[in-house]
Design a protein around this ligand. Structure first.
Ligand code: GTP
Length: 350
């Protein structure tokens, strides 16, 4: 708490309430850790009523209570609201003899509270939050040892609140770290220009599929796609336009292939698609759709004459007995044949 603070100012009260809110304790369910402290306070102080009370804006709310039978009261009947205005213990030996409490309905009526002793619950930065208090139906005092024990138990209440807060902060930190880890993993797996899987991530996915095929999963197909004469696009329209074409081509791929198909950027103007549960004939149909779409879709918007591109494609089925390099190599050979035979075509394994 800052020095020279006006404890009654609205600004201070708002700061105090914020400190209380930061502990996120108000209106939380009963917890045995706090229940035990209240029981021990009642036992040691030989008092029938014991409370862990937090002073909220318009009420005092009890995290734990013994012998009172209510979980909150309005602030104007709260003795704790007075207790938090001073440090350490606040003791009222006989409420009927104290003008601040003599007319309190909890004193004049049920349960006729006559004795109050409250130990301050103080936040780590010095804001008074409430009390651990014991009450009795008769006027009395606490022994020195009981006073010591009550304050020690109050310190334990705060220590537990601090631990809970540290635990929450740690959990939040772990959540943030996990989100960052996921984001980094996503970035590490993604080609920045197209948002497709990059080669390394695609290889991982392909290895998983190969493992499934080895264990008897339905056949899958692998497709390598290379844009034809792409160098000319760059040379005539510039690298930036080349990038736009690559992005547009990616969009067309997303239109043609199924949700389950995995599209990756193999490198440069070369793409790769793995089609789970698809025969080579089915993959070939998809490749044909792509050829048709390329034939009818201008690849750049801001050019006087529409730019169309073509692609050469090789398709193989995944064979469980092969490793990734062998599967890719076979598909690459077919792609090479497509290029050799004049481009703008698909060559499938026989
Ligand atoms: N704009 C752009 N160009 C790229 C990118 N990656 C590779 N390229 C270009 O793609 C071109 C590929 O050229 P080549 O390997 O000669 O192939 P090609 O001109 O497509 O000819 P074929 O494949 O034989 O039909 C090169 O000019 C590369 O610079 C990229 O991310 N952006």
């Amino acid at each position: 708490m800052p020095d020279n603070t006006d404890l009654c100012s609205a600004e201070y009260e708002n700061q105090r309430l914020q400190a209380l809110a930061d502990y996120q304790i108000l209106d939380t369910p009963e917890e045995s850790a706090f229940g035990d402290i209240v029981e021990v306070a009642s036992l040691i102080c030989e008092a029938p009523v014991a409370l862990i009370s937090f002073v909220d804006r318009n009420r005092q709310w009890f995290k734990s209570e013994k012998g009172l039978g209510m979980c909150e009261t309005p602030l104007d009947v709260s003795i704790c609201a007075h207790a938090i205005l001073q440090p350490g213990l606040f003791i009222v030996p006989d409420t009927t003899r104290d003008p601040r409490f003599a007319n309190n309905p909890l004193v004049t009526g049920e349960p006729h509270l006559r004795f109050y002793a409250g130990a301050l619950l103080e936040s780590h930065d010095g804001y008074p939050l409430g009390t651990l208090c014991v009450l009795d139906y008769r006027p009395r005092e606490l022994t020195e040892r009981q006073c010591f024990a009550l304050q020690a138990l109050a310190n334990q209440v705060m220590a537990h609140l601090e631990l809970m807060q540290a635990h929450r902060e740690q959990a939040e930190l772990i959540r943030e770290l996990e989100a960052t880890r996921q984001e980094l993993a996503k970035r590490a797996a993604t080609d920045p220009l197209t948002g497709l899987l990059n080669r390394r991530a695609f290889e991982q996915r392909l290895n998983q599929e190969l493992a499934l095929v080895r264990r008897g999963a339905p056949p899958a197909s692998l497709m390598l796609i290379d844009l034809d004469h792409f160098k000319t696009v760059n040379d005539t329209l510039g690298h930036q336009a080349g990038d736009e074409v690559i992005v547009r081509f990616t969009e067309l791929c997303r239109e043609v292939f199924r949700q389950a198909d995995v599209i990756g950027r193999w490198g440069g103007e070369e793409f790769v698609v793995m089609l789970p549960r698809a025969s080579v004939a089915e993959a070939q149909h998809a490749a044909e759709r792509l050829h048709q779409l390329l034939a009818t879709t201008p690849m750049l918007e801001d050019t006087s004459s529409p730019l169309h591109i073509t692609a050469s494609i090789g398709i193989c089925s995944l064979i469980g007995s092969e490793n990734l390099d062998e599967c890719v190599h076979r598909t690459d050979e077919l792609l090479y044949q497509a290029k050799e035979h004049g481009r703008n075509r698909t060559v499938c394994e026989p």
